[in-house]
Design a binder for this molecule. Structure first.
Ligand SMILES: NC(=O)c1ccc[n+]([C@@H]2O[C@H](COP(=O)([O-])OP(=O)(O)OC[C@H]3O[C@@H](n4cnc5c(N)ncnc54)[C@H](O)[C@@H]3O)[C@@H](O)[C@H]2O)c1
Length: 330
């Protein structure tokens, strides 16, 4: 049997890579797959790439049947900057796409669906427990409501999955992933964390200086620190969630395990790339807008216990792997 991964972007492709390493057969499904990127590290003899729209339920069902799919990892979505300019498209793809995947799973009897959700949903949390945000968070649905469409659409996708689980018996797990970065072709256009790390590492990796002055990126540090997740670790967590038996809950936090300030991230880059020339703008405090950031770490105890998840990459190893990739891919 094979595993369908919707979305062949940064996280979907690293999930396919991870599953391939484990001897599984991943089938990526994306409306605009980047074949030159994917074929540079995926074995097209084992992995398969299907072109299709996530909203096309008959095509999803055909793919499930023809590729003998028994599990789905759903990553296809629109992320933050794109949502700003295309709000209706984001609502359609992120919420409608989750419903389309759950409906296709219901009609075909797929064994499990794993959703790539986000810790940005904690923008709606009213309190933070001492060990960091916990999955069953408390909110005040009006006075503490989410401010951006991105967490609203991802929260709605989670709720749709949970209702399909409760009402229709579809096995569903959501992983709330922290801001991720990793291998990607060119400058990432999605997550702020990927844009930040590309800005910080891509120049120095190739011997060029970098001036970090993009207000969108700098806004991420208005809350002080970030918990960065390497995309290969996101792929690891999603793969584990696909198969983990006897799960006690349906939603899990996944992070890189450490809350880092910008100085620590830059120090890791300088350790991997000695002599890296990085200049930081003093505009952090003035940045008017940016991606959703949460002010506290997330608690990943449940993922450790239930999924057996432990990040493989600390920030230094993640930067090293990313830097090697950037150098290899020019
Ligand atoms: N990157 C992060 O920091 C991060 C953090 C938390 C959660 N997530 C979630 O993880 C998932 C993957 O994120 P990513 O960074 O890999 O994003 P990405 O933008 O790199 O990949 C998303 C993919 O979805 C595809 N897609 C978009 N609309 C589609 C449609 N209508 N039909 C089929 N495919 C479509 C795009 O072509 C793209 O390849 C998303 O659901 C995102 O919300 C990402």
């Amino acid at each position: 049997m094979a595993i369908l991964i919707t979305g062949a972007g940064m996280i979907g492709s690293m999930t396919a890579w991870r599953l391939g390493q484990k001897g599984e057969k991943p089938v990526l499904y994306d409306m605009a797959p980047q074949h030159d990127f994917l074929s540079s590290f995926l074995d097209y003899g084992t992995a398969k790439v299907v072109t299709g729209d996530i909203l096309d339920v008959p095509r999803l069902i055909d793919t499930i049947h023809s590729e003998k799919i028994d599990r789905i990892i759903h990553t296809a979505a629109l992320a933050t900057p794109e949502i700003r300019s295309r709000p209706f498209a984001a609502v359609t793809v992120n919420i409608g796409g989750a419903a389309a995947v759950m409906e296709a799973a219901r009609l075909t009897g797929v064994k499990r669906v794993v959703l790539a959700s986000t810790t940005a949903v904690y923008e709606g949390a009213a309190t933070v427990p001492p060990g960091g945000y916990e999955e069953d968070y408390e909110t005040r649905c009006l006075s503490n409501r989410q401010k951006w469409l991105y967490p609203v659409t991802k929260h709605a996708a989670e709720q749709i999955g949970l209702v399909y689980a409760d009402a229709y018996g579809v096995d569903f797990i959501a992983l709330r992933l922290c801001g991720a970065f990793g291998w990607w072709k060119g400058r990432p256009s999605g997550a702020g964390s990927a844009m930040l790390m590309h800005a910080l590492v891509s120049g120095p990796a190739l011997g060029r200086p970098v001036v970090l002055d993009d207000p969108w990126i700098l806004k991420m540090f208005s809350a002080g620190k970030l918990d960065l997740l390497y995309a290969k670790d996101a792929g690891k967590a999603l793969s584990l969630a696909c198969f983990a038996p006897d799960l006690k809950q349906k939603v899990y936090n996944v992070s890189g395990g450490r809350f880092l300030d910008l100085g620590e991230i830059i120090a890791a880059v300088r350790k991997v790339i000695p002599g890296a020339r990085i200049t930081l703008s003093d505009r952090i405090a003035q940045s008017p807008s940016g991606p959703t950031v949460i002010s506290d770490p997330v608690n990943i105890t449940a993922a450790r216990m239930g999924l057996g998840y432990e990040p493989d990459f600390d920030i230094e190893n993640a930067v090293r792997d990313y830097c090697d990739w950037l150098r290899r891919s020019g």
